[in-house]
Design a protein around this ligand. Structure first.
Ligand code: NDP
Ligand code: OXD
Length: 315
């Protein structure tokens, strides 16, 4: 019988093994490094697999990323070539991300950090509140996650625009595409949300030159950055310097160049930075394993796998 293995050295494996056994009761489920006979392994689900592990399974048929992003798998320099790689596209994960984006857009829009500071000082002090429609939220990455967050923000009355490689048709969301669409996209954006995948093209994209192109006409008095994509995309020195000189008003960051964020980072203590520990949209073992088991069932019936990674694009 073919076997399934988790290769997740930085995660506790017990909840994943038990969720997969529940989702696929007839599957022989294992967890690296207790892989048994490597010839048995037909499917692997991974997050940050150590080099040479996936490569050591000679009969591997497909690899599953346990997150929506696939950079954690593509960085394996020994990744076996020619195998399908499936990424997560799951309603539970998508809803979690949209909750995070809506929460932080609202937090900046309603100036909650300033109100918290007043409360901490025991001061009864309000700040001008604006209509949602006075602000434009610009989402970089209008894929599965970006489109869902865009729809939910538009439903709340925000003006919403998105930027992607190819143009999109999403009700209530203005679409901008490619390098030629970036300037116009940024020029009208008050709150910039990044939900891009980590690729060679998006590395370092969130930098001073880009922040300087954001709108400065919005009611908050300066542009806000929310990054829940990947830390590789942001220049953290630029973010701190731009917060100091007013190029940025505030930031919410869920992802960092180095995770956990080193104690020495000035981001920890900046009064206009809100940090979360890569927790915007956790992969929940029950729903993700049901999704993976469903994909394997399709594959074994001869149906195509869904949500395949395009290695040429890198996502
Ligand atoms: P998708 O692949 O569905 O969407 C990616 C979007 O980015 C697409 O719209 C794509 O354009 C666009 N894009 C990619 N490269 C470029 C580029 N060079 N220029 C312009 N647009 C580009 O991914 P998801 O929405 O599912 O996930 C997005 C990312 O979110 C993940 O890769 C991961 O990094 C991050 N993530 C973070 C989590 C967290 O907890 N912080 C949790 C889950 C995901 P096009 O549509 O034209 O292809
Ligand atoms: C993901 C993540 O890519 O959690 O799903 O970062």
């Amino acid at each position: 019988m073919s076997a399934f293995v988790f290769v997740t050295p930085t995660w506790p494996t017990a909840p994943w093994v038990s969720a997969m056994r529940k989702a696929a009761p007839n599957m022989d489920v294992r967890a690296w490094p207790e892989v048994g006979k490597v010839e048995d392994i037909a499917y692997a689900a991974a997050w940050l697999p150590p080099p040479n592990v996936l490569k050591s399974f000679p009969r591997l048929k497909a690899i599953f990323s346990l997150g929506a992003g696939v950079d954690a798998i593509l960085k394996d320099p020994t990744l076996p070539q020619g195998l399908p790689i499936v990424r997560v596209n799951d309603a539970d994960l998508t809803n979690r991300m949209s909750e995070y984006i809506v929460l932080h857009v609202l937090m900046h829009h309603r100036q909650q950090r300033r109100l918290d500071a007043s409360q901490a000082k025991g001061v009864w002090e309000g700040f001008a509140q604006h209509a949602a429609g006075d602000l434009c939220v610009g989402i970089m990455g209008l894929g599965v996650l970006g489109q869902d967050a865009a729809r939910k923000l538009a439903m709340m009355g925000f003006r919403v625009r998105g930027w992607s490689r190819s143009p999109k048709n999403v009700a209530g969301v203005e679409s901008f595409a490619g390098a030629e669409g970036l300037d116009a996209f940024l020029a009208g954006t008050d709150i910039l949300v990044c939900l891009l995948p980590a690729t060679a093209e998006t590395d370092g994209i969130l930098n001073r030159a880009l922040f300087a192109r954001l709108s400065r006409k919005g009611p908050l008095g300066g542009p806000v950055l929310i990054n829940a994509g990947r830390g590789r995309q942001q220049n953290e020195d630029d973010i701190l310097a731009c917060l100091e000189d007013g190029t940025l008003l505030a930031a919410t960051l869920d992802v960092f160049k180095t995770e956990p964020l080193p104690a020495s980072s000035g981001l920890w203590r900046h009064p206009r930075v809100t940090l979360t520990p890569h927790a915007a949209a956790d992969s929940e073992p029950g729903t993700i394993c049901a999704y993976v088991a469903g994909q394997i069932a399709r594959f074994e019936k001869g149906l195509p796998l869904e949500n395949l990674v395009d290695l040429k694009r890198g996502y």
